[in-house]
Design a binder for this molecule. Structure first.
Ligand code: PRX
Length: 632
C-alpha cells in the first residue's frame, strides 16, 4: 500500500500554499505584488513608461501606446536599438569586464565572454554581415546549435537592423526551407555540426538540402567546428572566422524606430503552414527586460541558467535578450540533460554556482525519473529562484523540483507564448505558491477566463484564457499574413485569445489546462497537428492522416497518428518505420510520431474536416462530447 500512501501525500502537499521565505521577499525587486499590480492596472501606460525609462533610447517616445484595435504601436516615435541595452549600456560602466556568457561544450570545453568581449564579437559579426550586403530590414536565417555564435549572430543582426529568423536546429531540411522561403532570407548562418549525446549532428548537409529552391539566399556563413573543416563553396559560402577576422570590432548600433521589426520566429498554428511571429525592438525590449528582472528577481550577483534553446521563444527572450539587458551572467551549455550522465545539469549548477534555474516541466519529469540520487550528489545551495515554462507542470513534478533543491527556492511557473513575447502570468518571488498554478498576471497585464462569447466564467469553471488589453512585447503581426494576426483579437471580440483553456480559483490564481486548439506540446515543443499530417500525406503511400496529442507522464504529450494507406500499399511494421523516417526527414526528430496506427476510416465533419477531438476521445476512452456534426 506504500504507493497509495505516497499518492495521498502528494495530494495533501499539492493542496498546500507555499509561502516564500522571508529573506526572499525582503530583498526582492517587488515585495508587494498586490500593490504593484493594482497601481499598474490603474494606469498601464504610465506603468510601462516608467519601466521603459529604465532603458536607453536614442530618442524618447511621443506616445506610449497607439491602439487601433487590433493593431498596437508602443513607444510611438521612440528610437532605440535593443543591443544598446544588451551591451553598450553595460560596457560603458563597471560591467565592461563582467562575465556575460559562459558556454560549456558537451566535452567540458568552455568559452567565456565578458560584456566587453561580447560587444566586440557582435560588432565584428555585424560589420561582416554588412560587408555581405546585409542591411536594415533584410532577413537572416540562423540555424545554429547552442554555441556562442548563436548569441552573436542574433545580436549582430539586431545591431544593424536586419531581422533574424532563428530556426531550431532540430528541424529538418524541408521545415528549414519553408522558413527560409517565407522570410525570403538574404543570408543563412549555420554550423557544420552540433553535438548531442556525443554525436555530431550534421547541420550543414541539412542546410544544403534546404537551399534547393530558395533563390533569395545570397550567402551562407558557416561556423566550422570539425577538423578537417567541411568544404565550402565560395563565393556563396564562407567561413564564420573569415567573415569576422577582418571586420572592425566597432559598429554603431543602427537607429531603429521602436516599431521596427527585431525578429521573425516561426511557430505552429492550426494549419500546416507555420506562422512568422513578428516582434519589434521597442516594446519587446521593455516587456522582456522587466519580466526577467522581476520574475527571476535578477541581481548582479546571479548566475542565470535557462535550459531552453535560442531556437524557441524562451531562448530569444530569456537566454539572449532579457538577461543581457539586465547585465546578468548567463550559463549556456550545449548538449542533453542526461549526457554523459543524468547529473549533467546538477553538476553545472554546482560548478558555476547557478542561482537562477529556468527549465521545462518535461525536463523536470525526466530528471525526476532518474531519481533523487543525482541531485543529492551535488551542492545546490547556490540556487535561489527556480522557473518552469512551456506546458503545465503537474504538482508531483513541482513538489519534487521544490524538494530536491532544498525547499527554499520559489518556483515561478511562467505562462506565456511565442506570440506574447514576454512572461504574462506568473508568480513573482514574493507571491505564495500553489503547485501547478501559474498564479497571477504580471503587473500591467489583465487576464481573464471567459466563455465563447467573452463572458467571464465563475471561479473553478474552465474557459478560454484571454488577455484584455495590449502589452508592449505583444507580436505586431504575422509575417505576410495580417489576417492571421487579426484572428487572435477577433476570435472573441476585443480581447486576445491565447488558444489555451484555463480556470481561476477563488484566490484569482490561474490554472492553465492546455491547448484549446490543434496545437500540441510534445516535451514542451510546439507542433501543429496539421504540420505532422501534411508531412505524412507527402509520402506516396499515404492517402490521409490525422495526428493527436496523447497524454504522457514525462513528455506531457506524445504524438499519435492515424494513417489511411493508398490502394496498393499494405500496413506493416516496415511501413510504420518508413513513415516515421519520412516525418523525421521532412519536419525533424521532434515531430516523429511515437505511435502510428493504420486505419481505414477517420471521423470527419460533413464538410470533410477531420475531427481530431473524436479520435482523441476514442483513444482516451472518454466521452467525445457533441458529435452532431460528424458525418454518417
Ligand atoms: O499552451 C501554452 C503552453 O505553451 C503554449 C505556447 O507555446 P510556445 O509559443 O511554444 O511558447 C512556449 C514558451 C513560452 C501556450 O499556449 N504554456 C507555456 N507556458 C505554460 C504553458 N502551459 C502551462 N503552463 C505554463 N507555464
Amino acid at each position: 500500500m506504500a504507493g497509495t500512501e505516497e499518492k495521498i501525500d502528494v495530494l495533501t502537499e499539492a493542496k498546500k500554499v507555499y509561502d516564500p521565505p522571508a529573506e526572499v521577499v525582503e530583498s526582492a525587486w517587488v515585495r508587494d505584488y498586490d500593490q504593484v499590480y493594482e497601481q499598474s492596472i490603474e494606469d498601464p501606460e504610465r506603468f510601462w513608461a516608467t519601466i521603459a525609462g529604465e532603458l536607453e533610447w536614442f530618442n524618447p517616445w511621443d506616445r506610449v501606446l497607439e491602439w487601433d484595435y487590433p493593431w498596437a504601436k508602443w513607444f510611438v516615435g521612440g528610437r532605440c536599438n535593443i543591443t544598446v541595452n544588451c551591451l553598450d549600456r553595460h560596457v560603458r560602466g563597471w560591467r565592461k569586464n563582467k562575465v556575460a556568457l559562459i558556454w560549456v561544450g558537451e566535452d567540458g570545453a568552455s568559452r567565456v565572454f565578458t560584456y566587453g568581449q561580447l560587444l566586440r564579437e557582435v560588432n565584428r559579426c555585424a560589420n561582416g554581415l554588412k560587408g555581405l550586403g546585409v542591411g536594415k530590414g533584410d532577413r537572416v536565417t540562423i540555424y545554429l546549435p547552442r554555441i556562442p555564435e548563436q548569441f552573436i549572430a542574433m545580436l549582430a543582426c539586431a545591431r544593424i537592423g536586419a531581422i533574424h529568423s532563428v530556426v531550431y536546429s532540430g528541424f529538418s531540411a524541408q521545415a528549414l526551407r519553408d522558413r527560409i522561403a517565407d522570410a525570403e532570407a538574404k543570408a543563412v548562418i549555420t554550423a557544420d555540426v552540433g553535438y548531442h549525446r556525443g554525436k555530431a549532428v550534421q547541420l550543414k548537409g541539412i542546410v544544403d538540402e534546404a537551399l534547393e529552391g530558395t533563390p533569395s539566399v545570397e550567402h551562407v556563413v558557416v561556423v566550422r567546428r570539425q577538423t578537417p573543416p567541411v568544404e565550402l563553396h565560395p563565393p556563396r559560402e564562407l567561413d564564420w572566422n573569415q567573415l569576422i577576422e577582418q571586420a572592425s570590432p566597432r559598429c554603431r548600433a543602427e537607429v531603429m524606430d521602436a516599431e521596427d521589426p527585431l525578429y521573425i520566429l516561426y511557430t505552429s498554428g492550426t494549419t500546416g503552414k507555420p506562422k512568422g511571429v513578428v516582434h519589434v525592438h521597442g516594446g519587446y525590449m521593455v516587456g522582456t527586460y522587466i519580466t526577467c528582472k522581476w520574475v527571476f528577481d535578477l541581481k548582479d550577483e546571479d548566475v542565470y541558467f535557462c535550459t531552453a534553446d535560442p531556437g524557441w521563444v524562451t531562448g530569444h527572450s530569456y537566454i539572449v535578450y532579457a538577461p543581457l539587458m539586465n547585465g546578468a551572467t548567463v550559463l549556456f551549455p550545449e548538449g542533453a540533460l542526461d549526457y554523459p550522465d543524468p547529473g549533467r545539469w546538477w553538476s553545472l549548477i554546482e560548478q558555476y554556482e547557478v542561482s537562477i534555474f529556468y527549465s521545462t516541466p518535461t525536463a523536470i519529469r525526466a530528471l525526476m525519473k532518474y531519481g533523487d540520487e543525482w541531485p543529492r550528489r551535488y551542492d545546490l545551495s547556490s540556487l535561489r529562484i527556480l522557473g518552469t515554462v512551456g506546458e503545465p507542470i503537474n504538482p508531483e513534478a513541482w513538489l519534487w523540483y521544490y524538494r530536491v533543491t532544498g525547499e527554499r527556492c520559489p518556483i515561478v511557473d511562467t505562462w506565456w507564448q511565442t506570440e506574447t513575447g514576454m512572461i504574462m502570468i506568473t508568480p513573482l518571488p514574493c507571491v505564495p505558491l500553489k503547485p501547478g498554478s501559474a498564479a497571477r498576471p504580471f503587473p500591467g497585464i489583465e487576464a481573464d477566463v471567459v466563455d465563447r462569447e467573452g463572458r467571464p466564467v465563475p471561479p473553478k469553471q474552465g474557459g478560454f484564457l484571454v488577455i484584455k488589453r495590449p502589452w508592449p512585447a505583444m507580436k505586431r503581426t504575422i509575417y505576410k499574413d495580417p489576417q492571421r494576426y487579426e484572428q487572435y483579437w477577433k476570435t472573441i471580440p476585443n480581447v486576445y485569445t491565447a488558444g489555451d483553456v484555463a480556470f481561476r480559483d477563488e484566490d484569482g490564481y490561474f490554472w492553465i489546462l492546455g491547448r484549446a486548439d490543434d496545437v500540441i506540446k510534445v516535451s514542451g515543443y510546439r507542433l501543429g497537428t496539421a504540420e505532422i499530417e501534411s508531412a505524412l500525406v507527402s509520402h506516396p503511400a499515404v492517402a490521409e492522416a490525422a495526428a493527436i496529442g496523447k497524454p504522457d507522464p514525462v513528455k506531457g504529450e506524445i504524438i499519435k497518428t492515424f494513417v489511411i494507406l493508398k490502394e496498393g500499399y499494405a500496413p506493416s511494421e516496415a511501413m510504420v518505420e518508413e513513415l516515421k523516417a519520412h516525418v523525421r526527414h521532412t519536419l525533424g526528430p521532434i515531430a516523429v510520431p511515437s505511435e502510428l496506427e493504420f486505419t481505414d476510416w477517420l471521423p470527419k465533419t460533413r464538410s470533410g474536416k477531420i475531427m481530431r477531438r473524436v479520435l482523441k476521445a476514442k483513444e482516451l476512452g472518454v466521452d467525445p462530447g457533441d458529435i452532431s456534426t460528424l458525418e454518417e
